[in-house]
Design a protein around this ligand. Sequence first.
Ligand SMILES: [Fe+2]
Ligand SMILES: [Fe+2]
Length: 291
Amino acid sequence: MLTPEAIKEKVQSIIQLPALPTIAMEIVELVDNPKTSASKLGKLVSTDQALTAKVLKIANSPFYGFPRKISTIDFAIIVLGYDALKEIVISISLVSSLQRKGDAHFDPKAFWDHSILSGVLARRLARDLGYRVSGEVFVGGLLHDMGVSVLHRYFKNEFKRIMEIIQETDLTALEAEESVLGVTHSEVGGWLAERWNLPNHLVEAITMHHTPGRAEQNKDLVSLIHCADIFAWRMKPQPMDFDKGVDFDPDALNHLQLNDAHVLQEYMQRYRELVRTDLEAVTQFETTREG
Ligand SMILES: [Fe+2]
Ligand SMILES: [Fe+2]
């Protein structure tokens, strides 16, 4: 049996950033360079059709609320801004880099849908609650469950056992992970985020997305991502086992002043309608890549 320390070591040593597709690597390098112009980034993104389609679908998501259809990357840069585009592109690349073909225990499409929906919901929730909307809210929402991808890809046998326990017993997904690994996908995702040198509060948001009460650095961010995750989970087009048994954490609800059941219900209703407006725009992505 693997110990949590052994898992951490494996996550942090085996998983190399170069698993990213070449274009993503180029983009990461390009945006790291302060001299990079928006048009240069636009040109590079445009060379990758799949990436372009994903960026445009996010830009056109009803949660972003732009009245006109955004049909080119150049236009997306104008309306979203260079920084937002940069964040969208990098986070899509990071999530995509972990994706592999699905199997009986993992549906990459459902996973991707959940990630995107959590990202756009976190951003929207931040805006609606009057928080400063930084790109990190979207990125954190998009990346929060990346530990699930890591487990599926690098801990195949354990992942299979976890899924069997989830399906066959009353244990929640987190309890099933604990029972097999001694850690959960949140910690695993956090270790990878550390390994990828993501900013500290993103590491914290990923690590604490199921335990927002333990956040110390940026409780706003953790609480927003936690709530967006649950919203997304409750609006899912199809059930996902890996989040079985998750619920709103009272601490996060208090922190965001969403502890009034009525208010929470109103938000839920409003977002559900937005999702219904154009579910396709948010979720129809083809992300499976041969591993
Ligand atoms: Fe999760
Ligand atoms: Fe989630």
